[in-house]
Design a protein around this ligand. Sequence first.
Ligand SMILES: NC(=O)c1ccc[n+]([C@@H]2O[C@H](COP(=O)([O-])OP(=O)(O)OC[C@H]3O[C@@H](n4cnc5c(N)ncnc54)[C@H](O)[C@@H]3O)[C@@H](O)[C@H]2O)c1
Length: 249
Amino acid sequence: MVRIESSDLDFSGRRVLVTGAASGIGAAMARAFHGHGGTLVLADQDADGLAVMEAELGGSSSIVFDQADLASVEMLSIQAGPVEVFCNNAGVLWTGSFHKMPMDEIERVVTVNLLGAIRAARLIGMSMLERRTGVIANTSSQLAFHGSAERAVYAATKAGLSQFTKSIAAEWAPHGVRVVAIAPGRTLTNINAGLLADSKRHEAGLKGIPAGRYAEASEMARLALLLASGILSYVVGETVISDGGYVLL
Ligand SMILES: NC(=O)c1ccc[n+]([C@@H]2O[C@H](COP(=O)([O-])OP(=O)(O)OC[C@H]3O[C@@H](n4cnc5c(N)ncnc54)[C@H](O)[C@@H]3O)[C@@H](O)[C@H]2O)c1
C-alpha cells in the first residue's frame, strides 16, 4: 500500500536557502519549509523585509544580497554555507511595450532572472555536488510556456531558466543533486502590484484563467515543498506548472 508518511515531508535538520524570501512566493516558501522543520537561510535585497521574516521564523538567519551582482551572489554562497534545499526564487518583472523598454531595464530583467539565477545555481550547487545530495527548485513562470504581450523579456528569461533546469538536472542527477522548477501562474504578490491596482486589467486578466482566480503565494510554496520532499523524489528536470489552467487556452 502506498502511503504518504509525515516523515516524507520532514525537513528537520535540513538547511533550506530561499532567495526572494522577503516577500510573496519566497516568503511563503520560507514559511512552508519552516513549518516542516527546516532551518531557513533567508536571502533578499530587501533588508527590512528580511528582518521581519527572520523575526517570524525562529532559528532562521538572513543575508542581504543583490542577485544582479556576481560578487554579491558569491558572497551569498559563502555566507549561506552548505544547504540541502535551494529555492532559487528571486526575480523581477517589467511590464510594457517591448519597443519602449529601456535598455537598462532589459539588462536588469535578464541579469536578475536568468544570469543571476544561473550563477546562484552554479555556486550553491557546487557544495551539493561535493556532498552528493541536495535539491534545487528554480522559480520559472507560466510565461516560459505561453507568450505574453508586454512581458517579452521576462518570458524569455523564464523560458531560459526552464531549459537550464532540464539541462543541469540531467548533468547533476547522477551525482545525487535533483534540479526542478515551478511555474507559477499569476499570483497575488507585490510583483503584480500594478496589475492588481488597476481593476480593469485585473478583471481582464482573470478571463484567461480557467480557474477564475489568481493564485495565493502559499499554493506555490506547497508545490515547492512537495517537489523538494521525498514524496516527489523521482521528478527530475521538470518545470511543474501551477497556473489554474492558464497555459491550456
Ligand atoms: N507573482 C506572480 O504572478 C509570478 C508568476 C510567475 C513567476 N513568478 C516568479 O516568482 C518569483 C517570486 O516573485 P513574487 O511573485 O513573490 O514577487 P515579489 O516581488 O513579492 O518577490 C520577489 C522578491 O525578489 C526580491 N528581489 C528582486 N530582485 C532582487 C535582486 N536583484 N536581488 C535579491 N533579491 C531580489 C525582491 O526584493 C522580492 O522580495 C519571481 O522569480 C517571479 O518571477 C511570480
